[in-house]
Design a protein around this ligand. Structure first.
Ligand SMILES: Cc1cc2nc3c(=O)[nH]c(=O)nc-3n(C[C@H](O)[C@H](O)[C@H](O)COP(=O)(O)OP(=O)(O)OC[C@H]3O[C@@H](n4cnc5c(N)ncnc54)[C@H](O)[C@@H]3O)c2cc1C
Length: 369
């Protein structure tokens, strides 16, 4: 493993410290973001020809991306969310944009741009209208991560005939951002807010891809594996804190606490194996039924969510009230992880995965080459 994985591991403590320091004010982790940028994290998913590492395509590179995301998540789930959104945007431009659009995005990344994907709708969904050769926007996005710091937002917008298009919006400092419903209790550093696009106007080449591309399967569901990789980092860190804090307090040897440590390790490894399986099936799509990819990633999403919830409960029961004290990093991490695990439509995700594999066998990891 090369990349700067060692450097990324080494800066985990710095990222964690900043996440804790910024939590009360819900401040953006600017120093950590600067450090990740220096290490090449933000350009890693660009193709080699555009100055990146090609992370996210091919079996070997997808495991590289898995490790990158989990290492960032171990240090800070908020930063992990921002990095994951940035990589998601680059991936969508690579899949559906023109070569020119990807080259421009790469140049922007090298110039320090931060990308995000903002698709979640509130009461005023984002709409687009073609006026005099330009695109006029009206409406807002909610739960937009990096709401004040993202400089290139890939958004979905509805057209007059209710189809959905992707647009790449260049954002300046004058954007209209407000907290969503008073702000989230966890993931506070991810700056997840409401962004009102007012009457913004875009050039025609802001459109990425064709009608229907955003929801095209398997890409639409498959991309969830990257969010799992970030969550995995948080789960791993929480399981580590359980072991460390029980040992520090001389409580690790009791059989009940040993059982909790064992269960936390099992849950963590389960999350890792499902995330790895989801990543590998995404990387080995050739000749595979898209339904197998979607359903495997869907089941993996629920497995990782379950593992995270289990580890949260084990830490709260194992450490007791100390896991609820503001000075314990585990307290903030539990709020961050519990919030991060709230991903869209979990019931539907499980049921769709289950329905698909009721009459078919689950793909095996050893067949994913
Ligand atoms: C930290 C964080 C950062 C985020 N950043 C971004 C971002 O940058 N960009 C972005 O676009 N979004 C972002 N989101 C929003 C995210 O993509 C989801 O929209 C959000 O997490 C959905 O959570 P929810 O619990 O409201 O989901 P829901 O889908 O509303 O699920 C809540 C519950 O309702 C159930 N349910 C869902 N639909 C129905 C139904 N029709 N009938 C009955 N039950 C139903 C579900 O199964 C579940 O049990 C972010 C979210 C978080 C937590």
């Amino acid at each position: 493993m090369t990349f700067p994985f060692e450097a990324l591991t080494a800066c985990g403590a710095e990222l964690e410290e900043e996440a804790s320091a910024n939590d009360a004010q819900a401040a953006f982790p600017s120093e950590g973001m600067g450090r990740l940028r220096e290490l090449g994290v933000l350009s890693a998913s660009l193709p080699h020809t555009l100055g990146g590492q090609g992370f996210g395509t091919g079996q070997q590179n997808i495991i590289g991306l898995l490790h990158l995301l989990r290492l960032v998540g171990q240090g800070s789930l908020a930063l992990g969310r921002i990095v994951e959104g940035h990589i998601n945007a680059i991936r969508l431009i690579a899949c559906y944009g023109t070569p020119d659009q990807l080259a421009r995005a790469a140049a922007d990344v090298h110039d320090g741009a931060l990308f995000g994907v903002w698709v979640t709708e509130g009461t005023t969904p984002l709409r687009m209208e073609q006026v005099d050769g330009t695109i006029r926007l009206r409406g807002e996005k909610i739960f937009a991560s990096g709401a004040r710091h993202v400089t290139r937002a890939l958004v979905t917008a509805r057209t007059h005939d209710e189809t959905t298009r992707m647009l790449l919006v260049t954002l300046d400092d004058g954007r209209d951002v407000s907290p969503v419903f008073g702000g989230l209790s966890g993931m506070r550093g991810a700056e997840t807010g409401r962004c009102d696009f007012g009457a913004m106007t875009l050039p025609p080449d802001a459109v990425i891809g064709q009608e229907g591309d955003y929801l095209r399967q398997p890409e639409f569901s498959a991309g969830a594996w990257r969010g799992m990789a970030v969550a995995l980092g948080g789960i791993e860190r929480l399981a580590t804190l359980l072991r460390l804090q029980l040992a520090e307090r001389g409580r690790a040897e009791s059989p009940a606490q040993q059982a909790r440590i064992g269960q936390a390790l099992i849950a963590t490894e389960t999350a890792y194996l499902w995330t790895r399986k989801a990543a590998l099936i995404v990387a080995t799509q050739d000749g595979r039924d898209a339904g197998d990819i979607v359903a495997t990633v869907n089941l993996a999403r629920i497995a990782v969510e379950r593992a995270g919830l289990d580890v949260i409960e084990l830490v709260q029961r194992g450490l007791g009230l100390s896991a609820f004290t503001r000075t314990n990093v585990a307290e903030r991490l539990i709020r961050d992880l519990a919030t991060y695990l709230r991903q869209p439509a979990p019931d539907e995700t499980l049921c769709e995965g289950a329905a698909w594999f009721t009459h078919r066998d689950l793909p095996r990891m050893e067949d994913m080459r």
